[in-house]
Design a binder for this molecule. Structure first.
Ligand code: SF4
Ligand code: SF4
Length: 66
């Protein structure tokens, strides 16, 4: 599980729920989400605008904010 700070909040990623569809990375217009070659979740907090579209895009609810 990875996390990063967004305006004092944190996006969390549950790898157990992820089906690697890539929708979240497509929905993020700011390039804050990507996966590496091992499909490890990469989050660039400096790019994130906190719009939360990625949370809604995930069909598995693998992304969430705390
Ligand atoms: S909250 Fe918005 S800007 Fe941040 S990673 Fe998700 S889609 Fe991208
Ligand atoms: S949208 Fe959800 S299930 Fe799909 S790659 Fe992103 S985190 Fe994984």
């Amino acid at each position: 599980m990875n996390s990063a700070q967004i305006n004092k909040k944190s996006i969390q990623f549950n790898k157990d729920l992820c089906v690697e569809c890539g929708w979240c990375t497509s929905y993020c217009r700011f390039g804050a989400l990507s996966f590496d070659n091992n499909y490890s979740f990469l989050f660039k907090a400096e790019n994130c605008k906190g719009c939360m579209l990625c949370l809604d895009a995930c069909p598995r609810r693998a992304l969430y904010i705390t």
